[in-house]
Design a protein around this ligand. Structure first.
Ligand SMILES: Cc1cc2nc3c(=O)[nH]c(=O)nc-3n(C[C@H](O)[C@H](O)[C@H](O)COP(=O)(O)O)c2cc1C
Length: 199
């Protein structure tokens, strides 16, 4: 069993980092022989998509060395996903959505031919069969059924883009109200959910 742990907060002692670490620790207890691959997006800046991304449309055997080099980050990140049985992602809410670090990772992974294929039936995701757990932290609260729900562009976006590449088994755990008095209880509730989920 392999767990891929992805962190995308800019802050060292962040809420999502604490929660993904707890997830990994509990997962390790339940899978003593399992392997954990850590991908901290704040330590390695991923390349942005540039005009060079057109290399993704070139037949692999015809790529020149510079195109191969440009695509090597995307290749490696996709391999990491394919090697994992379960993926846990720490996703801070920034400006109602995800951090640019996580967006850069998504842009490298969502690649035609490797992560999604277009056929007669339209797009078909190629990264399926693995479980994804997204642990978010927010300063405020965006609970379902409340007027603030419509400002949550984080969960709907991640569900959609992961579904696009075939990752449909996605569970969200939200640590909300991290900028308010309720921060402690909300963090404790998220930690408890992690415990139940891993068990
Ligand atoms: C640049 C930035 C933008 C933020 N935008 C929002 C926001 O739109 N909504 C919200 O509820 N909290 C927002 N926050 C608060 C964070 O979501 C909160 O601090 C959370 O704990 C961040 O996760 P982390 O602790 O793992 O870094 C923002 C924080 C930062 C630094």
């Amino acid at each position: 069993m392999k767990l891929l742990q992805i962190d995308s907060s800019a802050r060292a002692g962040s809420v999502t980092r604490r929660l993904t670490a707890k997830f990994a620790e509990e997962w390790r207890t339940n899978h003593p022989t399992g392997e954990i691959i850590q991908r901290d997006l704040s330590t390695t800046m991923l390349p942005l998509i540039t005009d060079d991304w057109n290399a993704t449309r070139v037949e692999p055997s015809k790529l020149n060395p510079s195109q191969r080099s440009y695509l090597s980050t995307s290749d490696a990140l996709i391999e990491e996903v394919l090697a994992a049985d379960i993926i846990v992602i720490g996703a801070p809410m920034y400006n109602f959505a995800i951090s640019s670090l996580l967006k850069a990772w998504i842009d490298q992974v969502v690649r035609v031919g490797k992560a999604v294929a277009y056929g007669q039936q339209g797009p078909q995701g190629l990264l399926g069969k693995r479980k994804v757990v997204v642990i978010t932290a927010r300063g405020g609260a965006y609970e379902k059924g409340t007027p603030k729900e419509k400002f949550d562009f984080q969960e709907p976006y991640l569900r959609h883009v992961f579904g696009f590449v075939g990752l449909t088994d996605v569970t969200f755990i939200h640590a909300e109200n991290q900028a308010r008095d309720e921060a402690g209880p909300s963090l404790a509730a998220a930690a408890e959910r992690i415990g139940h989920l891993v068990a």
